[in-house]
Ligand binder design. Structure first.
Ligand code: ADP
Ligand code: MG
Length: 596
């Protein structure tokens, strides 16, 4: 069976239950002391299971038969003592296994998150955020439940089952073999249902991911929904998704509802065999009544694990479905990584050259964003890139930082191919300020310090000052400790932009990329940001991508991009004089000022 890798169209083999357990034990390996404690408890528990049937047999065959009144006290005490010990051992093993489960969960979740952090930007283009979130939360939880509760039950049952089956063989092997003849039917039923239950569980988890994805999308976009008065529409779409989840759950319940009675039925057949054949043996006096009673007591004990097993099996199938979804992420390796032998990019001067670069997001020829593209940035200079939206400007920025890999051709920085240097040494030297500013929940100070975790408070303040942000920050009651985001103050677009400039200044990169950094600002705050940006650009190699031509008039050279090709390049004055695409764009933006 081949499952479709959700959202990517790639094929993956479903992880087998065997590898799932292997992986769990790998994670639980350091907990070996706890594991041994739990296993010891489990073995003792299965041995204690013998006490009641053995005492019953002894009572019937010996105590009653020989009227041993003085033994009755010990029998009662024995059963109560065994019950107490059993309770204690169950408590111990359950709590120990639960703790192991939580630890494995903790590690798995952290591993998964760390792995997600390593994955390429392109991976996030292919996968939905809510779906990935669901893998880290829901799917990992399902796996933890397996370890904390079901695995403990599974171990107990396997031990109990084996011990009792072996003992029953010694008691009466013929009767036991007849009983065991019913087991192939159970295994068959289990296999048939197991596969279906697992694929239904996969649907449950996938639809849960859909729910999570929808939530993530619409709750963050609530303003947009309200502005389009689309509340009802979105509620409808949400209920479609929750309904799919409900349907999948109903399907699982139906399968379980059918599976358990079948197992019960087979168990009853076993009981009938023992009763009929045992009674026949007793009547022929080759077996004592006590033995038959004990045998039936053992049979009940033997059937307990089998009955539990249907529950455990559900839990295992559910965990396997969840595990597959986790493995899909873990088995995806980032394609953009340090090559073996990658070198540190030395302190950048900033000579950047695109040679014959061809690139498409899909990786194939059609849909090429850049073809045979050439561009050269001079060290310490400001190079501007203009062009209509969709012409490939942001793509060029993403290729310099190696968020994506070029298809053909090469990009070099001071003669180093970006593919040959260590990623960190490349990205550490480039600062990007974009139109959409990402600030994280936390304080203003923490957000600026993102530029350099080791910066002192003075450095943070100096950066804020240079970015013309200090003034508004200090106007807040809590200053740099002011919380922003979900639980804190809301900042205006211009304030956010100045914070992001402060953050970039603190990073102190060798190269700066401004990707339409001022596109969404009003003219008033733009003035202030222009001066802050001038500070940021000062003395660095800069690539300024701009929609507004007013921001790039001072650039050393300007490239005009159309459909992934440079149409013309020069300075502001030379391009205006040329009267080509640039002057066309300029005329469109400044219809009054076209006095050239
Ligand atoms: P610009 O920044 O000039 O507006 P972009 O570089 O963002 O243009 O986009 C260039 C082209 O690449 C557009 O056709 C756009 O649809 C496509 N594109 C941009 N980002 C992606 C992406 N992550 N996946 C697929 N296609 C993309
Ligand atoms: Mg863009």
């Amino acid at each position: 069976m081949v499952a479709r890798k959700f959202g990517t169209g790639e094929k993956v083999k479903p992880a087998s239950i065997y590898t799932m357990f292997l992986r769990i034990f790998e994670h639980a390996r350091t907990e070996w002391k706890a594991l041994i404690t739990a296993l010891t408890c489990i073995i003792l528990i299965s041995m204690l299971e013998f006490v009641v049937p053995q005492l019953t047999k002894y009572t019937i065959d010996t105590v009653i038969e020989q009227k041993l009144f003085n033994q009755l006290f010990y029998i009662g005490a024995g059963i109560i003592g065994a019950a107490l010990l059993l309770g204690l051992l169950r408590y111990l093993s359950t709590s120990v296994m639960a703790a192991i489960g939580q630890k494995v969960l903790y590690r798995l979740r952290n591993d998964l998150y760390r792995h997600l952090q390593r994955l390429d930007v392109a991976y996030y283009d292919r996968n939905r955020t809510g779906d990935l979130m669901s893998r880290v939360t829901n799917d990992v939880s399902v796996l933890q439940q397996l370890i904390s509760s079901s695995m403990m039950q599974l171990f107990t049952d396997v031990f109990t089952f084996t011990a009792i089956a072996v003992y029953m063989m010694f008691m009466d092997w013929k009767l036991t073999l007849m009983l065991l003849a019913t087991f192939p039917f159970m295994i068959l039923t289990t296999r048939v249902f197991g596969k279906r239950i697992r694929s239904s569980f996969r649907k449950v988890q996938e639809s849960l991911a859909d729910v999570s994805d929808h939530l993530q999308n619409t709750l963050t976009g609530i303003r947009m929904i309200k502005s389009f008065t689309a509340e009802e529409y979105e509620s409808g779409r949400f209920s479609e998704r929750t309904q799919r989840n409900m349907d999948a759950n109903v399907q699982v319940t139906r399968l379980r509802a059918a599976y358990e009675p079948i197992i019960d039925f087979i168990n009853f057949v076993g009981l009938a065999i023992v009763l009929v054949f045992g009674a026949w043996l007793a009547m022929k006096e080759t077996m004592t009544v006590g033995t038959i009673v004990a045998f039936i007591a053992y049979l009940r004990l033997l059937q307990n694990p089998v009955r539990h097993f249907s529950r455990i099996l559900n839990s295992i199938q559910q965990a396997a479905a969840a595990y597959e979804r986790i493995v899909e992420v873990m088995n995806t390796e980032p394609e953009i990584t340090d090559k073996p032998g990658a070198v540190e990019l030395p302190s950048m001067k900033g000579h950047i050259q695109f040679r014959d670069v061809t690139f498409s997001y899909s990786g194939n020829r059609d849909g090429e964003v850049l073809s045979e593209f050439e561009l050269e940035l001079q060290p310490g200079e400001v190079t501007a890139l203009v062009g209509s939206s969709g012409s490939g400007k942001t793509t060029i920025a993403h290729l310099i930082t190696r968020f994506y890999e070029v298809g053909e051709g090469s990009i070099t920085i001071d003669g180093y191919d970006v593919r040959d240097v260590k990623l960190d040494s490349l990205r550490e030297q480039i600062g990007i300020v974009t139109q959409d500013i990402v600030l994280f929940n936390g304080s203003i100070g923490e957000n600026i310090r993102y530029g350099n975790q080791n910066a002192t408070d003075e450095e943070v303040m100096a950066a804020a000052k240079a970015a013309h942000a200090a003034e508004f920050i200090e106007s807040f009651k809590e200053g740099y400790d002011t919380q922003i985001g979900e639980r804190g103050v809301k900042l205006s677009g211009g304030q956010k932009q100045r914070l992001s400039i402060a953050r970039a200044l603190l990073k102190n990169p060798k190269m700066i990329i401004l990707d339409e950094a001022t596109a969404s600002l009003d003219t008033e705050s733009e003035q202030m940001i222009q001066t802050a940006l001038a500070e940021l650009l000062n003395g660095r190699t800069c690539l300024v991508i701009a929609h507004r031509l007013s921001t790039i008039q001072q650039a050393n050279s300007i490239y005009v991009l159309e459909n992934g090709r440079i149409e013309e390049h020069g300075t502001h004055t030379s391009l205006l004089a040329r009267g080509g695409r640039y002057s066309e764009l300029y005329d469109m933006q400044f219809p009054v000022a076209n006095g050239h």
